[in-house]
Design a protein. Structure first.
Length: 169
């Protein structure tokens, strides 16, 4: 029988890059508005594979992105390595996500490149805010759909997600 993977908010995970170095993310919340998925905070700094970062230094370093995913699946697939645990900061209430219903296409259709039908929310908001065009601070919102673990790895490695999704400009 397969070993059950236990993860908790505060856990820190690494992703091995193509050059053998590592980048890290922290499990920071569950978002009930997105299938109770795991919310992560990924950090920009890259570390040599033989260097164990100081967690407080890592967690105060520059944030690359936030995303929804399924950490346990990523661990089972050996895409994420559980490395440590620390407190979660800064405030998770300020993290803003965005989504649109303008993604996905039928066979033979061209995907919509620019959407003007956006909505935004914060973690565990019970109401999504329909904003239409993304303007001001809403332009900084992260894509809020639940990402498969391989998409998280791709974003960590390349800075971009590997799927077709409308943009806002």
């Amino acid at each position: 029988m397969a070993k059950r993977i236990k993860t908790e908010i505060g856990d820190i995970f690494s992703v091995t890059l193509d050059n053998g170095n590592k980048k890290y993310f922290q499990y920071i919340a569950n978002d009930l508005t997105q299938l109770n998925s795991d919310v992560i905070r990924s950090f920009k700094k890259e570390y040599l594979s033989n260097v164990q970062p100081d967690w407080s230094e890592l967690l105060s370093s520059e944030i690359d992105f936030h995303a929804h995913t399924m950490i346990n699946i990523g661990v089972k697939q050996k895409l994420f390595i559980q490395e440590g645990k620390s407190i979660v900061y800064p405030n998770i209430k300020a993290i803003l996500f965005r989504d649109t219903n303008d993604y996905g296409v039928k066979v033979g259709e061209k995907p919509l490149e620019i959407s003007e039908n956006w909505f935004v929310w914060n973690i565990n908001d019970i109401d999504f805010t329909i904003v239409g065009r993304l303007e001001g601070e809403n332009r900084k919102a992260e894509i809020g759909i639940v990402m498969p673990p391989f998409a998280i790895v791709e974003r960590i490695k390349t800075g971009k997600f590997n799927f077709v999704y409308p943009d806002f400009e």
